[in-house]
Design a protein around this ligand. Sequence first.
Ligand code: GLN
Length: 544
Amino acid sequence: MRVVVVSGGVISGLGKGITTSSLGRLFKARGIPVTILKIDPYLNVDAGTMNPYQHGEVFVLDDGTEADLDLGNYERFLDQSLVGTHNLTTGKIYRTVIEKERRGDYLGNTVQIIPHVTGEIKRMIREVAQAAGAEVILVEVGGTVGDIESMPFLEALRELSYELGEGHMAFVHTTLVPVVGPVGEAKTKPTQHSVRELRAIGIRPNLIVARGPLPLSPDIKAKISLFCDVPPDAVISVPDQPVIYEVPLVLEAQGVGSLLSRTLGLPERTPDYTTWKEFLATYRRCDAVVEVAVVGKYTELRDAYLSHSEAFHHVQGHLGKEVRLVWYDSEDIPKNPSLLHRIERSDAVLVPGGFGARGVEGKIQAIELARTKGIPYLGVCYGFQLEAIEFARHVLGLEAATTTEVDPASPEPVVCLLEEQQGIHDLGGTMRLGAQRILLTAGSRIAQIYGKTEIWERHRHRFEINPKYLDRFQEHGLRVTGTSVDGRVEVLEVSDHPFFVGVQFHPEFLSRPETPHPLYLELVRAALGRKEVATPVASPPALA
Ligand code: GLN
């Protein structure tokens, strides 16, 4: 087993997750079996109970784990699906240690952070690497070096490096090199301080990844090298990139792949980036722009919808059409009708998932607009449930239609609690979660989009479409074209519309740069179609 630890210094939000994912890609490009584990030093057992404003989107894995959004980055960069053990939290570790203590597993010993908590951390890391069949495991330590919360994890990793012996482990420290003052001077002091902090706990970085707005000059690299005691070629500059998928190539160009291979005693191999580079070349070569309106309630923090944005980046790298996302806070829509006029000029509309009553009416207004004006529409999870409510209200004339999530006593509960959810009080890990098999109706739009009639998609919800309304939906043109094997409604589509599809599941979690998700791809294709109709061009059209 070889381990690469990625820690962070100075501030959080440096792009440590992207750095880790990109380092993973360097090994993957060399054909070395690799996996990634994320440590989140918070006490929550998983990310499922956290508000998206705190840590961004909750990313759902195949096995139903509600994980930190970095797991999404790992899956996208490695093109590999991960399981819940790849997200280690303080909550999970302590829960296990306390369960063991209650069972009497510690045989009368005093249970302590060292060696019991650190021992559990090491055991879990080893198990994950083994279960994944990985030769290299990257371990990203969330938070910033110096935080009290991350101490047991860093101590465990230091111990692990001693146990594995020389040449089995590499430490990569990601820091910020800010550019300050009127002449734009790059400052190395914060990096020096955070490396000192790391060394104080017995960890000596092998590599320093310096983040910042600009590339590091040779003298700044030399300075970091001298003060932080790493060779100059181990000071890596990763300035901000127009798209995150450039980062593996930025690292590769500075020799990081060979350097890490050497540090870990792995034979040097030539990396293969053929499909990755094709994706980036198409991404950069855009000859048209489509505008997609995203109507949600967490629009102030883009990370809350990260997988959706990434899915559109993947489409851009496949079609060579720039996808511009315009964010609308659904709460503002009822107060400001001009927003609907603006949305009407978009080429497509997406209503992503969400929870609770806030912002629901604005989303329903945007969905009505998309349906009645022929704007391509994709509804995901809540966006799908609200599509049914909009249809019930405005086509079936059921004005009181709503979800029991908003009004538990509603006379028209078009969306209601899943039967298995009744009586559940704990919020953590109790939704309908993870990958489930879905059967699509042959000949439907959705079956065409996927090119098959059986799919697996990931879920995260508590409510579902009430089957009581399905006959009336079908009669009036809202068709059920996908169901789970146990008969739940998974897909609703309006047939006489350029593109109007809602899905109970979360397709955004399965989109990857080299294999964009077909729903996003087809939504953007439909958006291009609408654009062509709306703005005919005299000369031969640039659009395919
Ligand atoms: N709030 C809805 C439910 O629980 C939708 C969930 C979601 O969009 N992820 O069913």
